[in-house]
Write a protein that binds this ligand. Structure first.
Ligand SMILES: [Zn+2]
Length: 445
């Protein structure tokens, strides 16, 4: 299985300016491809430029390695293909058209030189140097191609995994620093020796994830996440109100806009951290319980349903709609899926209708009241979300009804608050202090 890792590139000796130049160059490649593919071909000849044609478009004129130019063409082709598929159902999807000023730097294996200490990105530059131009001027042949000179940019290799098998990498700008993102293949855990054991997960708002096996359950709280997203909505609404009172483009207006950007950025980072922590907690529970099959409830379409109800009756009020729009279950599900798959666990999805109402004791259907599900016939009690998670499993596999051994409630620990001063220094923002400062200095020397 392929996973993407990244590390932050330290800002040393004009490296960032060099990378920014490359980014502008890749953006110009992208813009040329988009322009040529749309205006030249699609509008005038009513047909698409093929991938090989794209790649031959002025391949030897950019100050980049030819493989990088080709990778951008590949990216454009892939992008176009996904939009083509999307447009079959959604006519609003647009083919790439926007002019870009910066673009990521895609790198193939041939355009990188990776050693243990440094990563070198090859690039080409076309053109004469000043002295050559002056001496050659008189007998210059205009049909002559510009001579190619090879140059390179290098930075320290800070990756924690060996990069020998790395075939594709990208340099992207994220949160005020350049990051080197690379894909590596990770061996999967072999579970063939284990007996089949199933677990299910129910995603919710108060309990972000509820994972349950036959006799054990883990509930991870989602209250921290909810509070962050509610806070974000509140602050953004407030700022919007203030912005509407200002003149558009004024100094105060710009300040509010910056504040909005900052709030979005921080809350996004905080949420992402909590999502990772929540899913990690769940996956370690699955590994500890030696689960081999994992079923996740699929809630997609719930928002559409509420819209339909809205027309019929006013069933969903403002509060409920906000709850649904803030609920980040898609991200949690995606993280949960890949993390479980990394551990070799087989992941399945199923739709989760009536899973919270089906009664495991009498096979009937009752409404759950409060946090507990109580069977109205046998008067037996079970936690509402645990029952939901087990019922999700029952849609795909057999699962017996047993009294629960243990139900564990957990908080995704927001560890920034409890970090020691030493580790906080280490994890500081890269712009404040480059990471692994010591080792970089010794490597560059
Ligand atoms: Zn019942």
């Amino acid at each position: 299985m392929f996973v993407t890792h990244s590390f932050c590139i330290p800002d040393v000796e004009n490296l960032y300016t060099e990378l920014r130049m490359m980014q502008r160059e890749t953006a110009s490649v992208w813009n040329d491809i988009v322009r040529e593919a749309t205006s030249y071909y699609y509008f005038s000849r009513k047909k698409w430029l093929s991938k090989t044609e794209i790649q031959s478009v002025r391949k030897q004129t950019y100050q980049l390695h030819s493989q990088t130019v080709q990778a951008i063409a590949d990216k454009y082709d892939a992008n176009r293909e996904t939009i083509r598929q999307l447009r079959k159902t959604d006519k609003k999807a647009k083919y790439p058209w926007r002019r870009k000023y910066y673009y990521c730097i895609p790198l193939k294996k041939a355009s990188m030189d990776i050693t243990e200490d440094t990563i070198t990105i090859k690039k080409a530059s076309y053109g004469f140097s000043l002295s050559e131009l002056l001496t050659k001027k008189k007998k210059r042949n205009w049909n002559e191609k510009f001579p190619k000179t090879n140059s390179a940019v290098s930075f320290p290799n800070l990756s924690e995994e060996p990069l020998d098998a790395c075939n594709y990498a990208e340099i992207v700008w994220r949160n005020g620093a350049y990051w080197f993102c690379y894909t590596v293949q990770v061996p999967e855990r072999d579970l063939s020796s284990l007996d089949k054991k199933v677990a299910g997960a129910d995603l919710g708002e108060i309990h972000a994830v509820t994972a349950a096996t036959e006799d054990k359950a883990l509930l991870v709280s989602g209250r921290a996440m909810r509070s962050i997203s509610q806070f974000r909505v509140k602050v953004l609404a407030d700022l919007n109100k203030k912005m509407s009172r200002c003149k558009k483009g004024s100094r105060q207006w710009k300040r509010y806009k910056q504040a909005k950007h900052r709030i979005r950025q921080t809350s996004k980072n905080q949420l992402e951290e909590l999502e990772h922590k929540t899913t990690k907690e769940v996956v370690s529970f699955l590994v500890e319980e030696q689960v081999t099959h994992f079923v996740i409830g699929n809630v997609s379409g719930i928002e559409k349903l509420t819209k339909k109800n809205e027309k019929k009756k006013q069933k969903t009020n403002k509060v409920r709609r906000q709850q649904l729009s803030l609920w980040n279950q898609g991200k949690i599900k995606q993280k949960l899926t890949y993390k479980a798959m990394l551990m070799g666990i087989e992941v399945e999805e199923t739709e989760e209708s009536y899973t919270s109402q089906d009664c495991p004791f009498c096979k009937g259907r009752h409404q759950a009241k409060g946090r507990h599900f109580i069977c109205s016939v046998h008067k037996t009690e079970i936690h509402r979300d645990v029952n939901g998670a087990q019922n999700i499993v029952r849609k795909k596999h057999q699962m017996a009804v047993k009294p629960l051994d243990s139900v564990v409630f957990k908080q995704p620990v927001w560890y920034k608050r409890f970090l020691s001063e030493e580790t906080r220094q280490k994890n500081k923002h890269p712009n404040d202090q480059p990471r692994k400062e010591q080792s970089i200095a010794s490597r560059m020397a």
